[in-house]
Design a protein around this ligand. Sequence first.
Ligand SMILES: Cc1cc2nc3c(=O)[nH]c(=O)nc-3n(C[C@H](O)[C@H](O)[C@H](O)COP(=O)(O)OP(=O)(O)OC[C@H]3O[C@@H](n4cnc5c(N)ncnc54)[C@H](O)[C@@H]3O)c2cc1C
Length: 523
Amino acid sequence: MFESKPLKQRVMKKIASHSVGIVGSGLGGLASACTLAARGHQVVVYEANGWTGGKAAVHEDSGYRFDMGPTILTMPSVLRRIFGESGTRVEDVLELVRLDPQWRSFFEDGSVLDLFQDVEEMAKVIDGFAGDGVSGKGYKRFQALSREQAEISERWFFWKPIGRLMEMFRPQDMFKASALRDVLNIRPGVSVARTLRSYVPDARVSQMLDHFTQYVGSSPEQSPAVLCSIAHMQAGEGVWYPMGGISRVPAALRAHAEKLGVRFEAGREVVRIEVEAGAVSGVVLEGGEVRRHGVVVSNMDSVRTHRQLIGGAIARRFEGRREYEPACSGVVLYLGLRKRYEHLAHHNFVFSRDPHEEFEAIYRRGEPAPDPTAYLAAPAGTDPSVAPDGGEALYVLVHAPYLRPGQDWKQMLPEYRQRILDKLKRTGGMEDIEERIVTERVLTPQDIHDRYRVLNGAIYGLASHGLLSGAIKPSNRSPDVRGLYLAGGSAHPGPGMPMALMSGWIAADVLHQDAVEGAVDVA
Ligand SMILES: Cc1cc2nc3c(=O)[nH]c(=O)nc-3n(C[C@H](O)[C@H](O)[C@H](O)COP(=O)(O)OP(=O)(O)OC[C@H]3O[C@@H](n4cnc5c(N)ncnc54)[C@H](O)[C@@H]3O)c2cc1C
């Protein structure tokens, strides 16, 4: 890459003498900051809110502590890679505890099924649960497919700045038998829901497995089969809880970044990314202060970055490339309970009566589900520090449509809150939940929209709908503006903690490559 040592030294000196601006301190922004600083860049992070970590925020009330956003941590290998950039071990900065069973599922018919990490063990459990003699075997075959797809993702999709389907494949590989096998295994044109049901006939087990696509806020009926790969990513690496809560992850990333010299400016909203002659020249902060940066990583939602911070012909080009459908939003109840429910695991799903009815409502009609699935985090069993003695910091998340015109959640909330509590009483065995509530806070799609500056209240960036290219998101290296890089859940490879972290790493990696090759001017 470098022609000579003096040239390398000159380039690195130049890199070190100019700072990269990062818009936002969500997981993607933090991952970029750590990676860039580890590679010798000066970095300034501008964060509009008063806290670090974006959606991975914390709410504390009367001795209860809640993770406000993500609660399920998978693929710790991504964190390992980010900390590893500067030789730090994740184990030295986070105490990660493996959770197995990974989820407990409560179904409308009163049955309960635990999801275990080990595939053989899980297949036996499914055999006993379904009693049909085929679903257990089907689960093993499904996991084998999922593993193949995860390996394909690792080969073609992860750790590089893909922005279009064709960018995944190198022309010389296109006609190799192995590439054709890979294409067949991702089952183009087939949905997650259809794939799952062709392997696992039991309706309850397939409903449970459908929910891997809820990690990316998309309907399994509209998402491409390659997203079945998430099942292996979870079975392969496990589900983890950082003691102290998920918010320990952004806290550890920030502490690490600061050690490497990154500067954080909280309460500083970026209102404009300056572009001169097709290249980034700086950012404008609220109040009008201009900061010069030859390169900027935006961790703001990728669509809003273009619409709000750039505008004009560049935004029109970005918008014209494809339709950007927001992923789902959600209603979250943070309930401080006097007494914990012993029958709950750490992670639980209380499933809807009918997945098709639920997904049609949320994703096609844009209405709250008549009988929703509720996800519950009950962390006190793992981490008693989250609640007063014997209590629970119960987190209840119900997916809801992204914000549509005319939807006023102030009006919709009271009825929907009751619908959720009734569901927990009926299907989750929590009949006396209302009597146990000591503290309560609620986050609606409108709150999510306002707090995190996302697209139409979307929790997980852009939907993965489209049976051919639904998994493809905007590239981490802008094709429209030199020196602009995108990180976070609405950029490649997508949402969820591991993917948002990976997107930050990719944005930093291509930025660094471009800087050392002189393709962007860091000055
Ligand atoms: C309720 C909920 C539950 C979830 N559950 C899970 C889960 O269990 N597991 C999982 O893996 N994922 C989960 N997710 C998704 C996960 O939280 C996100 O995918 C991930 O945290 C997104 O990170 P990000 O890098 O996109 O940044 P974000 O978290 O979106 O943060 C972006 C940051 O940029 C700042 N910003 C935006 N615009 C500007 C600006 N103009 N100037 C300055 N700052 C700006 C914002 O204030 C924010 O702090 C959940 C999300 C939510 C909301």
